[in-house]
Design a protein around this ligand. Structure first.
Ligand code: CU
Length: 136
């Protein structure tokens, strides 16, 4: 009888240990699940990208013609002063005013036509920060 009781106690002990091990495994599993998910981020949805470099006081475009559709306008400030990039007219759009070395972008859906970009900082536009591009 005494031996049987001992066996029961032993089994109970093992069961407790198993539950504890399972709980630990679940805890570890939960921690493992906390690993950073792959950064999907925002996938580019634009049909075309127009890269614009700003200096004092001019813009340089990587292309003067882009296909109609959703266009991402990317401004890189390669100058020494703050600049922005404004799309004149309808539907319009603009980047933030960015400091030298920074970049910013915006997306806009454009129909075929000729569009004007300019810098809204100070009198930069009058000094030459104005450029046209064609959407075909
Ligand atoms: Cu400017």
């Amino acid at each position: 009888m005494e031996r049987q009781e001992a066996t029961v106690r032993d089994l109970t002990g093992r069961a407790t240990l198993a539950v504890a091990a399972l709980a630990l495994a679940m805890l570890l599993g939960a921690c493992g699940g906390g690993e950073e998910a792959p950064d999907v981020g925002e996938q580019p949805s634009a049909d075309a990208v127009l890269n614009v470099s700003a200096t004092e006081y001019a813009y340089a475009l990587d292309s003067t013609t882009v296909p109609a559709g959703t266009i991402e306008l990317v401004l890189s400030n390669d100058g020494t002063m703050a600049h922005d990039l404004v799309l004149e007219g309808d539907p319009g759009g603009a980047t933030a005013v960015i400091e030298a070395g920074e970049s910013d972008s915006f997306e806009v859906t454009l129909e075929p036509g000729t569009y004007t970009l300019y810098c809204s900082v100070g009198n930069h536009r009058a000094q030459g920060m104005e450029v046209e591009f064609t959407v075909s």
